[in-house]
Design a protein around this ligand. Structure first.
Ligand SMILES: NC(=O)c1ccc[n+]([C@@H]2O[C@H](COP(=O)([O-])OP(=O)(O)OC[C@H]3O[C@@H](n4cnc5c(N)ncnc54)[C@H](O)[C@@H]3O)[C@@H](O)[C@H]2O)c1
Length: 454
């Protein structure tokens, strides 16, 4: 039906997409018209939240876009970030930064206790988001972010900073196992050996320097006294000074666990577990997440595999090697896939196929032709930037559906540790069904005035 209604002007986002679809350079617009200076060059207007530390790994990629806002609670770090993006407007409070006019996207490298909040606030403002790992630090944070994302996945591109996913080993493992290199997949073991034992939150020590807004650093987390020890790490590794404390992180589950479980998650096509059982030689410490932990997850069958058990080990706990001549302890962060015809042992860049039993001649398995291999992902951050501009925003490797499911699962392992007993989980409702009191471990206390929605 014809209508005389005037055509609504294309949005800035439509122009950015069109620029990508038709090829960079074909989008010709006078600079400054309609959508600001960036539209003509098909660049995104991005806010960088958390200006230094891990953010340095993103500077080179971000230089290709318009970083219009930079936010940090630490003036010295902000100044370092501003050297890379001198034209950006500076902010101290990410809640204000998020409302910078004309923003398209947010890239966030703050400490973990802000991640779920910043992700959800950004999605609610229709901003694309690249969030450093982990996406969230509680089950409920992960569920809130996923719920918002699922209503917007047709228009917003998201990615969690699990950049090892771009290694060729990720698709090769997925292909091998799904194509039957070890027969039917039965069991998966995945581990990390990093240990950062701490007795508890650091004691009060002095007052924060004038250059640090410690109140905003704490953000949604309950008050803990200032101690310079939270800030004394080298750039990009300072997270190892705070990510083991319950109010700031989830220890190895969110730290190396985000990367190592990704190696498995990319293969198994799982959503949420139906049961969780965690064990540790340690008692629950209300300040610090456990160093040594084993969490066993049961996942329901899907279209290509049966019910599956996945066991996560950290901090010294390790699976038993299927063969004494394979020393799994030599792999700091790795995975062991067990099928009914063999094993695959893998780290982030290598894999070892060990067929066993009477069919160990591998005749049951036909490796893919080179032409059928999954194409390389390319540059991990670039994949997100391209997705922000093209018609398939949800087709990033570690979008917020994939990543929220994974981190929700990891957080359930910690809930199981706190409950001290096996948990039955209803993922459709986000409820532990066998121990009602354990549902309190799916969330954590926040400070007044901070909410996930905003
Ligand atoms: N993908 C990876 O391989 C990888 C590697 C290292 C770190 N990380 C992640 O990057 C994040 C940052 O780690 P880091 O070691 O750089 O930590 P960090 O403590 O150095 O903090 C990073 C920056 O964020 C700033 N910041 C802190 N609170 C802020 C707030 N509320 N608002 C704005 N800025 C704030 C800090 O001042 C600092 O400049 C963590 O989530 C960590 O897990 C990922």
């Amino acid at each position: 039906m014809k209508t005389n209604a005037p055509l609504s002007p294309p949005s800035r986002r439509d122009f950015l997409r069109k620029g990508t679809i038709t090829g960079a350079g074909l989008l010709i617009m006078p600079s400054g018209s309609l959508f600001g200076a960036s539209a003509a060059s098909n660049r995104l207007n991005i806010a960088l939240i958390g200006a230094h530390g891990r953010a340095r790994a993103h500077y080179a990629t971000l230089q290709k876009e318009n970083v219009v806002a930079v936010c940090d609670v630490h003036q010295d770090k902000l100044a370092l970030g501003m050297k890379a993006f001198p034209k950006a407007k500076v902010y101290e409070d990410w809640r204000k930064c998020m409302d910078h006019p004309g923003l398209d996207a947010v890239l966030c490298c703050t400490p973990d206790h802000h991640h779920g909040f910043i992700s959800n606030w950004a999605l609610q403002r229709d901003l694309h988001v690249y969030m450093e790992k982990p996406l969230a630090i509680t089950v409920n944070e992960a569920r809130t972010v996923r719920e918002t994302y699922l209503t917007k996945k047709h228009k917003l591109a998201t990615q969690v900073g699990m950049q090892r996913h771009a290694n060729d080993n990720f698709p090769r493992l997925r292909e091998m196992i799904q194509d039957g290199a070890i027969g039917a997949l039965k069991d998966v073991h995945v581990w990390g050996n990093r240990k950062i034992p701490k007795p508890g939150y650091l004691p009060a020590a002095g007052t924060p320097p004038d250059t640090l807004n410690y109140d905003l650093w704490l953000g949604p987390s309950p008050e803990h006294p200032y101690n310079p020890g939270y800030f004394s790490g080298s750039a990009g590794a300072n997270c190892l000074n705070w990510n083991m404390y319950w109010d700031f992180g989830i220890g190895q589950m969110g730290d190396m666990g985000s990367h190592t479980m990704d190696l498995v998650w990319n293969v198994i096509d799982a959503e949420l577990p139906t049961s969780i059982e965690s064990t540790s030689p340690e008692q629950f410490n209300p300040d610090v997440t456990p160093v040594e932990l084993t969490s066993i997850y049961q996942f329901p069958k899907n279209s290509w595999r049966g019910d599956l058990r996945v066991t996560w080990y950290q901090g010294g706990a390790m699976p038993k090697s299927p063969f004494p001549w394979v020393d799994l302890n030599k792999i700091g962060h790795g995975a062991l896939f067990k099928g009914d015809q063999g094993f695959v042992v893998a780290d982030f860049s290598k894999r070892l196929l060990i067929p066993y039993g009477k069919d160990a001649n591998l005749t049951y398995y036909q490796p893919r032709a080179e032409s059928d291999l999954t194409p390389p992902l390319g540059h991990f951050q670039e994949q997100w930037l391209q997705a922000c501009k093209n018609d398939k925003p949800s087709e990033t490797a570690c979008n917020f559906e994939y990543s929220a499911n994974m981190i929700e699962t990891m957080c359930l392992g910690l809930a199981g540790f706190r409950a001290g007993d096996g948990l039955e989980y209803d993922g459709s409702q986000g409820q532990i069904t066998n121990i009602a009191s354990a549902n309190e471990f799916l969330t954590k206390p926040y400070r007044d005035g901070w909410a996930m929605t905003g």
